[in-house]
Write a protein that binds this ligand. Structure first.
Ligand code: URA
Length: 245
């Protein structure tokens, strides 16, 4: 059983790999930063959103814009703060113009998300909106049907309590959706108080390294390294750059 410190170090190693990822040529070319996720590397509660927007792409951290402010407020209402949770997305890179993630991009990024779930070891995962919910529930049922309904799911190699909720961006301008989101979030403390679900047998073969290859083969863009303009403080440690508490 790896210690929290070992899991944290491995999380940083996976981030190092993700920040050079060029599996999705269009995203790799357009991004400023890879938004890997930030927060508590040993959190009991993880949020999975859709994809970084403009602010997140510039700052390198998830949910730092208007939707993020609402997420902070909702967390505060249930007695939590960012330092208590780990926040990440279905995609690590911003889709140009904030278009919807393409299925192949979700597939390309899925191994990173699974590794983050394995390494952070959350008890509860809140999926925010349709993309994360469909991916982690493994079916096409939309968020409107399943929001607020917690269930135990095995995701990758970890059993978690999954709670799909509306995306905060959708609730920003629609009062009724905000009320629903608030009511669904209110279920989080009771879920966190439940025991960790029984975990799958740990006799799986060792996890293979994350493939550098895209799901469908295509040309890698020239100079497809992480964007030149990553706005990280010079000399910041990996923990600071990642925003780990
Ligand atoms: N919306 C998302 O889904 N993720 C972010 O990080 C920001 C906005």
């Amino acid at each position: 059983m790896p210690t929290p410190q070992e899991r944290r170090e491995e999380l940083k190693a996976v981030w190092e790999q993700a920040r050079g990822c060029v599996k999705c040529p269009q995203l790799a070319e357009a991004r400023t930063t890879v938004v890997f996720g930030s927060g508590n590397a040993d959190a009991d509660l993880m949020f999975v959103g859709e994809a970084p927007g403009k602010n997140e792409d510039l700052k390198g951290h998830p949910f730092v814009g208007q939707a993020g402010k609402l997420l902070d407020q909702l967390l505060e209402e249930v007695g939590l703060e960012r330092a208590d949770v780990f926040v990440n997305n279905t995609l690590n890179c911003r889709p140009p113009g904030n278009r919807d993630p393409h299925p192949v991009e979700i597939e390309n990024c899925q191994d990173y998300l699974m590794r983050k779930i394995e390494l952070v070891e959350p008890k509860v995962i809140c999926t925010l909106g349709n993309f994360a919910t469909k991916l982690l529930r493994g079916d096409n049922t939309g968020i409107t049907k399943v929001h607020g309904q917690a269930e135990v799911r095995v995701i990758g190699r970890r059993a978690v309590r999954l709670l799909p909720i509306f995306h905060p961006a959708a609730a920003l301008y629609t009062r009724s959706m905000l009320d629903t989101l608030r009511a669904d979030m209110a279920k989080v403390p009771e879920l966190l108080a439940l025991p960790v679900p029984e975990q799958p047998e740990p006799d799986d073969p060792p996890r293979p390294p994350i493939s550098e290859e895209p799901e469908t083969s295509r040309a890698v863009p020239s100079g497809g390294e992480e964007g030149e303009g990553a706005r990280q403080a010079p000399g910041a440690s990996p923990d600071e750059q990642l925003g780990l508490f």
